[in-house]
Design a protein around this ligand. Sequence first.
Ligand code: HEC
Ligand SMILES: [Cu+2]
Length: 366
Amino acid sequence: MRKASTADADSEVRQARQVRSLAREVAAIAALLPGVLLAATLCFGAPADPSQIPSIFRPQSTPANSILHLSLLVLAITGAIFAVVFSLLAYSVRKFRQRDGDDGREPAQVYGSNQVELAWTVIPILIVLVLFLATARVIHSIQDAPKPAGAIEVIAIGHQFWWEFRYPTLGVVTANELHVPASNPANSTPTFLTLLSADTDHSFWVPQLAGKTDLIPNRSNHIWIDPQETGVYLGQCAQYCGTQHAKMLLRVYVDSPQQFDEWVREQKRLWVSNDTVAEGRRIFETTACVNCHAVAGTVADGRFGPDLTHLMSRDTIAAGAAPNTRENLRAWIEQPDSIKPGSLMPAMQLNEKDLEALTDYLETLR
Ligand code: HEC
Ligand SMILES: [Cu+2]
C-alpha cells in the first residue's frame, strides 16, 4: 500500500514536471514571436532607394518576383498551420494543467478513431500537394521561359574571388560589374546568363533579380533576369569558395537601352597608345601581369585575373572590395592583401617609381 502511493506520488511529480517544461517551451515560442514580426516589418518597411537594398522582399525582376510570391504563399500556409497548432497547444496547456486536488488519474484515452486518423492523414497530404504544385509551377515558369529575340547573352564565370562576364554576341569582356539593359514589357530585353566556374563552387546571387544559382565546375547552369528599373543592384557570391568568398561581391548595373548601347560601344574601343605612360606600359608588359591579365590589342592576354582593357570604366576593384581610386589601385598592386587578404594575385615587389608609372598606365585603361 505504502509502495503504491509512493509510485503514485512519483508519477505525479513527473507529470507536473512535464507540464511545467511544456509550459516553458510554449512561453519561449511566444517570446520569439515579436522578434519574428519585427524582422518581417524591417524587411517590408525598408527605406527609400530600392536598388541599394539587396532584399528579396523588393524584387525588381520577374524570377525574383515569382519566387517572392511563392514564398508568401508558403509562409501563409505554414503560418496558418503554426497559428492553429500553437493555439490548440496553448489552450490544452492551460485548460488541462494540474490543479490542486486533482485525483491524478489518466484522462480517457482515444484509440482507433477512423475519422481522426483519416483527417490527420488526408489534410497534410493535401497541404503538401498544394505546396508541391505551386513550387513546380514557379520552377517551370522560370527554368523553361522562352528566350526572346532581343535577349542579351552573358557567360558568367566564377573565379576565386571575382566574376568574369563575357558577352559572346557583343564581343565584350568585363569583370565584377555586369551591365544589362532595362527590359520593358513592350520590348522585352531580358539577360540570359550561362553560369560556369573556373575553379570551385560559387553561387550567383543578386537577391532583387533572381534566386541563387550555383556555378559548378564542368557544368553549365542558366538563369535570366529582366529588371525594369535602372540602377545598381548589389549581390554576392553565396557559396563558400575560399578565404575571400565574403569579398566576392557582385554589382549589376541596369542601364537604359541607350546607356547600355553606349557602354557596349565604349567597351569595344581599343586602347589608344599614349606616350606619356610608355614606361608604365613597358613595366606591365614585361612583368608577370600579362600572364594573368588581358588588355585587348596588346601582348597581355592572360585570363587568370580580370580583363583590364577598360579597368577605369569600373567603379570598384577586386570584386567590390574597394572603390576604384588611384590610391586603392596603387595599394592593390603594391600589396593585394592590404585590400583583400588571401586574394590570388601576388604582390609583385615593385619599387616606388615603377609603381607610380604602372598606376599611371592603368589609369589610361578607360
Ligand atoms: C598570378 C596571377 C596574377 C598576376 C601575376 C597579377 N595579377 Fe592582378 N589580379 C589577379 C587576380 C586573380 C585578380 C582578382 C583578385 C580578386 O578580385 O580576388 C587580380 C586583380 C587585379 C586588378 C583589379 C582588377 C579589377 O577589376 O578588380 C588589377 C588592377 C590588377 N590585378 C593589376 C595587376 C598588375 C598591374 C599586375 C602586375 C604588376 C598584376 N595584376 C599581376 C591575378 C594576377
Ligand atoms: Cu565565390
